[in-house]
Design a protein around this ligand. Sequence first.
Ligand SMILES: [Zn+2]
Length: 353
Amino acid sequence: MAEKDRKDNKKKEKSRRSPALALLLVLLIAAVFFIVSDVPFIKSARDAVKEKLGYESIEPDAEPENGGGSENGSNSSFNGQLNASSLPEWDGNHYVQVNGNVPEFPDDVYERAGLIKDGDGWKTKGNLLGTIDSGKLTPYEYYGSLDELGRCTYAYGCLGRETMPEEGVERGDISSVHPSGWAKAQNWERCHLIAWALSAENANPSNLVTGTHYLNYDGMRPLEEEVEHYIWNTGDHVLYMAKPWFAGDELVARGVQLTALSLEDGGKGISFNVYCFNVTPNAEIDYKTGVVTTEEQASQEARLYVINKRSKVFHYPTCEGAQSMSPYNREEVTATRVELTSQGYTPCGYCEP
Ligand SMILES: [Zn+2]
């Protein structure tokens, strides 16, 4: 009898221990699930815990550290969000801040870089707590196709040393590309959406827009150099997007929006979102035809020109093109340059009237 009791007690002890073990196992599985799960309510609970523990997820820096823009400029009607039907007017600054200078990208831009959504931020796969592991990022560049008017749409990418030209590589020839709105002899520059120094892209028509020296050199270049130096100094990666903004069916962009965010440090090194103006101080730009009229040209008096009624090009009478023109299309007119350009005539690229 006593023997049997002991046995029973042993059995009871055993069966008391196994539920405890099972509970531990369930708790362990639950904990793992809590840490890695993508189920929304579990994720939000995890975010709350992370916040209590003082972890930060990757979020763009709200402080406008880079790219001054013009907070007190004359763009009083510009609310910080771009809209093709009411783009900000040039106010004398190279650019204005968009969205309070806080970078914003479509999810696709992150996802192509190998990032997955983590609460309000992004992380690399398998990494916890909103961290980004350089080795798990996918550096890339993506260029949107030209639209039905032959205009560039956008370019974006996860830029790093991997996307940059190798040392010693020379920039290639891009003169074969004639971006939309390109008119001859107007001092236009072929302006890269993603700079050559960041992308190693040469004559890619999806990456070149008709831009002024003011846009290309004074507006965009300092921002591009900032990103370039950052990448060289850290070896880290920058999410980057360049988008030209056109008004209506115009062929020359009114401006180019540049957005950049350094990934590994959560935007501490690079964080900006700006709209750079495609203008030339003291000149009028016809954004439909690409004809630029300087103040000096605008004040010119009427003189004799030779126009081609078919090709809608105008010349000085001494130009070879004016002399060899078919009499059928040729006409001599006395007019000002502005009168001709406002009638849709473009200056000859050879005699540059
Ligand atoms: Zn000519």
